[in-house]
Design a protein around this ligand. Structure first.
Ligand SMILES: Cc1ncc(COP(=O)(O)O)c(C=O)c1O
Length: 468
């Protein structure tokens, strides 16, 4: 693929290992345990703006921002300058000894622009770490306030909250959980908001949202309202459902139910947050404010690994007045270089009014996707918010029957897109966790109409080729 030869692997004694499909990149053996053992990955050699160039000189439009990460595109001069300046001043200081100006400034910035009630920030290095911190802080909060019996978590099916054990436990993807099931903490799952497949035809969107809120309420009743710790949900579901927004009024009802039972609302905006949907936080469009909120990908835009947990003041106050410390830390939390990068990313987004561009180009992208795929025989739905859009692929538009998973259609679309110099983020299991395919788009906030047009054109060709 893409000019990279495939060879049989040679082991250290010089003998063929007998395992086919192991590859060398550019003629060299890889010692990395890659995500997939078998396929060869092109080598990313350089990147600028919306393009990544591989070592063979081929350019790819980064229409997915990797996995909804690269919100400013690549090589942004203001971010690089801030990172260089930080490196020249202070690269690292352990947070058990020092705080840093970079971390303090980023926390100030995040709290200033946070949803109502958020007063503090806990820094981590990615999305899974942010979710782990959320789960542990939720538990510690209830211990601090004398409600030690609260231990149940409720989350939703077809969700992804990260890969570490706590995050995996709340996630709702059966095939990812299966192998590790004996290691996972007890979590209860309710239905996601999935308008395309699960709203009844005789039901308004509002009534659908209300029905799902009632399902949550029934689950809480079954577990005992005093035993539940938190409800965890992505505000707009990303990787697993493909840019699926909530029904109108759903999160308001969820907020009200959580409040009535003293349950914490944890929103996962690792993928959909930090401007991706056209507002800084996706929950702004739902009219709710969470108790804890995980952010990551677009926070640092890929310039450095960073995530954060935004914390409602009552939770911070309970810990401050109780044990006085959140019993949770990482060696690299609040890394000054990562904080400086993230602060620069956020400042550029505001300085260049990029949320307005997300809204304008998001609308253009939705329009172009609908034009290209609105009558496509194998596209059942086009959905999303801002520059977070997806198409759901179906074998039959009328019945909404998914493709046979054995076809691995999502992997095919990815291959066909890469062959055409396009990075998109396809995924399987959309319909029920096993069947179904969608393609997620999350291009950088700096795209213009011409880039959007090129994305849709190449995606159209890739989908056509994959569904032949
Ligand atoms: C919604 C959501 N939460 C959590 C995570 C985990 O983030 P990370 O891969 O940085 O650990 C992801 C990653 O895709 C995500 O999409």
């Amino acid at each position: 693929m893409l000019g990279y030869a495939r060879f049989d692997i040679i082991n250290s004694t010089g003998m063929p290992s007998g395992r086919a499909n192991r590859t060398y990149a550019l003629g060299r053996m890889t010692h990395i345990l890659h995500r997939q053992i078998g396929p060869s990955y092109p080598v990313a050699a350089s990147a600028q703006g919306v393009f990544i160039r591989d070592a063979a000189g081929k350019d790819y439009i980064d229409a997915s921002g990797g996995a909804a990460v690269s919100c400013l595109g690549h090589g942004h001069p203001a971010v690089l300058a801030a990172m260089h300046a930080q490196l020249d001043t202070l690269a690292y200081a352990h947070t058990s000894f020092f705080t840093s100006a970079a971390a303090e400034a980023l926390a100030d910035d995040l709290v200033t622009h946070a949803p109502d009630g958020i007063g503090h920030v806990f820094f981590v290095s990615g999305g899974s770490e942010a979710i782990e911190a959320a789960l542990k802080l939720a538990r510690q909060y209830f211990v601090e306030i004398g409600q030690k019996q609260r231990r149940y978590l409720i989350a939703r099916r077809q969700s992804y909250h990260g890969i570490t054990l706590g995050a995996l436990a709340v996630g709702g993807r059966p095939f990812q959980r299966e192998k590790f099931a004996p290691l996972l903490i007890e979590t209860h799952h309710v239905s996601p908001v999935y308008d395309y497949r699960e709203r009844r035809i005789d039901e308004t969107s509002q009534a659908y949202g209300e029905r799902l809120a009632e399902e949550l309420e029934a689950k809480i009743a079954a577990l005992g309202g005093d035993n539940v710790m938190a409800f965890v949900a992505e505000t707009v579901v990303g990787a697993t459902l493909g840019a699926a927004p909530a029904a109108p009024g759903y999160f308001r009802r969820v907020r009200e139910i959580c409040d009535r039972h003293g349950i914490l609302l944890i929103l996962d905006e690792v993928m959909c947050g930090m401007g991706r949907t056209g507002t800084l936080h996706a929950c702004e469009q739902e009219g709710v404010s969470p108790d804890l909120m995980a952010i990551a990908k677009g926070l640092g835009g890929g310039y450095a690994p960073i995530g954060a947990l935004l914390i409602r003041e009552k939770i911070f106050e309970a810990v401050a007045a109780g044990s006085g410390a959140f019993q949770h830390s990482h060696t690299f939390m609040g890394h000054p270089l990562a904080c400086a990068a993230a602060l620069a990313v956020q400042q550029v987004i505001r300085r260049d009014k990029l949320l307005a561009n997300v809204q304008a180009q998001g609308a253009h992208l939705a329009r172009r996707l609908n034009e290209r795929f609105g009558n496509h025989p194998f596209v059942g739905d086009v959905r999303g918010r801002g520059l977070f859009q997806a198409v759901e692929l179906v074998a039959d538009r009328g019945t909404r029957e998914p493709f046979d998973p054995a076809r691995k259609l999502n992997a095919r679309v990815k291959r066909e897109a890469m062959a055409r110099g396009l990075m998109v983020y396809p995924m399987g299991g959309t319909a029920d966790g096993t069947r179904g395919d969608h393609v997620l788009l999350a291009p950088p906030f700096i795209v213009d109409a011409a880039v959007v047009d090129a994305i849709v054109e190449r995606l159209g060709e890739a989908v056509d080729a994959a569904t032949l």
